[in-house]
Design a protein. Structure first.
Length: 216
């Protein structure tokens, strides 16, 4: 697994995969390499998708050298280069975008995540009339709250309350069926026990898909 994007999201994946293996009474065999978040975001902001893919390929190569036979990136934003990454990866990848598209397509939704995810409709996978983009100032709010959470590596009550209020506003104003958590660090803020609006969690979809690949 490529982790570090950010650390809190990586911990969430680790814990979820460990619990899923424990439920099956199977040992977890996990290798992780820590990615440089600033390097990844720098490539994304500069639209250097080839360089981003090459960097991730290098990290996946390290996982292969360690004995891994399957790879996943525990973050949404790096999937911006997924086509090139899949083509060059030395290991088969569990593609978060493919999993999200299959589960969400046709539902009227809005995305919560980084600006790059929201403004590209999850990198073009969810384009169409059913994907509603928040207003510019709302995108700013979501992005800034997300980045603060990722940098902190843990959730904050004020961030959760502000985003929950915005979620309810969007659902009522736009007639949405759900808010899509299109950023793994949102798992630090929201879970089924504290979320009062309908949501679809891309991280959980991805984790479920990883488990299906490990235990077909």
């Amino acid at each position: 697994m490529i982790g570090g994007l950010g650390v809190g999201a990586t911990i969430h994946y680790y814990q979820a995969l460990a619990k899923a293996h424990a439920r099956r009474q199977k040992p977890l065999h996990l290798l992780m390499v820590h990615a440089d978040m600033q390097k990844v975001l720098g490539h994304v902001q500069a639209k250097q998708l080839g360089d981003l893919a090459e960097y991730l390929v290098t990290l996946i190569g390290q996982l292969k050298d360690g004995g891994a036979n399957l790879a996943a990136v525990s973050a949404v934003t790096p999937h911006l280069c997924i086509e090139e990454l899949v083509a060059k990866s030395p290991l088969p990848l569990v593609n978060l975008l493919q999993v999200a598209r299959e589960s969400i397509l046709g539902k009227r939704i809005a995305l919560f995540g980084t600006r790059f995810v929201i403004e590209t409709d999850l990198f073009g996978t969810l384009q169409g009339k059913n994907t509603v983009r928040p207003r510019a100032e709302e995108v700013d709010q979501i992005h800034e709250a997300y980045v603060r959470t990722a940098a902190r590596g843990e959730g904050a009550k004020e961030e959760r309350q502000a985003l929950a209020f915005l979620a309810h506003t969007l659902i009522q104003r736009e007639g949405l069926e759900a808010i899509v958590f299109a950023g793994t660090d949102l798992a630090l803020l929201f879970n089924p026990s504290n979320t009062t609006f309908p949501f679809i969690d891309c991280a959980q979809l991805h984790i479920d898909a990883i488990m299906k690949r490990v235990f077909p």
